[in-house]
Design a protein around this ligand. Structure first.
Ligand SMILES: NC(=O)c1ccc[n+]([C@@H]2O[C@H](COP(=O)([O-])OP(=O)(O)OC[C@H]3O[C@@H](n4cnc5c(N)ncnc54)[C@H](O)[C@@H]3O)[C@@H](O)[C@H]2O)c1
Length: 252
């Protein structure tokens, strides 16, 4: 039980990738605060499947579109649980629109949920991490940060902020024993993919496989495994890194 006695906060925890991350963290013994705007039933369902000895799952209803409210909520959780040790900034929204089709309020909402909330959570949790001399922060970015997709500006802009934050926070916090990394997923099958691509799903999947070096689809567990590596002692010398988990789609 590598993370027994630790508390992890996962945002967007009831979504496609968040459930796998929460499950693996709990299986490694961590108490997992599963934060999302919706999905309490998902938390209940996951709880019922965990093996004996796994960490506790706690449902946290919170709207990341309100960064000040998020900061206060995260600070209260930090105090309640004796300091949050692991933060996974996984929540995101991605309304696809041309750059000149957004109104600025809509643009700002994407930035607030996808990026500013991560700053709010850091402000609430980094003080106790500094006191403990231990902390892990993992931000979920995206393969789309590499360019190549139209109508993604608000989403990709927010993920660019996350990448910059990862590097600057890693530099600032390393001396306190806090590591900050990102994971850049490729295209991972989720219910949303089926919904968005519907009757074009076959040609969409062909497009993905053509671009990947590995000729099979990734899974939510592949992303969660990368998370478990980055927060483990096996990655003790890794910080400020953006780990691509995309089947060799984009090579740097
Ligand atoms: N699935 C993929 O192929 C893929 C690829 C690249 C990057 N990603 C990234 O992985 C992460 C998870 O993606 P996913 O595929 O699981 O998406 P998802 O839509 O299934 O999950 C996102 C979760 O965030 C939550 N969320 C949205 N707005 C929120 C708000 N205001 N407050 C709190 N929670 C909110 C949603 O309720 C949802 O549960 C995202 O950061 C996404 O950008 C995913």
């Amino acid at each position: 039980m590598e993370h027994a006695g630790r508390t992890a906060l996962v945002t967007g925890a009831t979504g496609g990738l968040g459930v796998a991350q929460s499950r693996m963290l709990a299986e490694a013994g961590a108490r997992v605060l599963m934060l999302d705007v919706k999905g309490e039933a998902v938390v209940d369902e996951l709880r019922s499947t965990l093996p004996e000895g796994a960490g506790e799952l706690v449902w946290v209803a919170c709207d990341l579109a309100d960064p000040q409210g998020t900061k206060e909520r995260a600070a209260a959780l930090d105090a309640q649980y004796g300091g949050i040790d692991i933060v996974v900034n996984n929540a995101a929204i991605n309304p696809l629109k041309a750059i000149d089709a957004y109104d600025l309020a809509e643009w700002q909402r994407v930035q607030d949920i996808n990026a500013t909330a991560c700053v709010a959570i850091a402000q609430a949790t980094v003080p106790s991490m500094k006191r403990k001399g231990f902390g892990q922060i993992v931000n979920i970015t995206t393969v789309t940060l590499n360019g190549g997709w139209e109508d993604f500006t608000a989403y990709v802009g927010s993920k660019g902020t996350l990448l910059g934050l990862t590097r600057s926070m890693a530099r600032e916090l390393g001396k306190f024993g806090i590591r900050v990394n990102c994971i850049s997923p490729g295209a991972i099958p989720t219910p949303l993919e089926q919904e968005v691509w519907a009757d074009q799903i076959d040609s969409y999947v062909k497009f993905l496989i053509d671009h990947q070096a590995l000729k099979y689809r990734g899974s939510a567990d592949d992303i969660a495994h990368a998370l478990m590596f980055l927060i483990s002692d096996r990655a003790r010398f890794v910080t400020g890194h953006n780990l691509s988990v995309d089947g060799g789609w984009w090579m740097h």
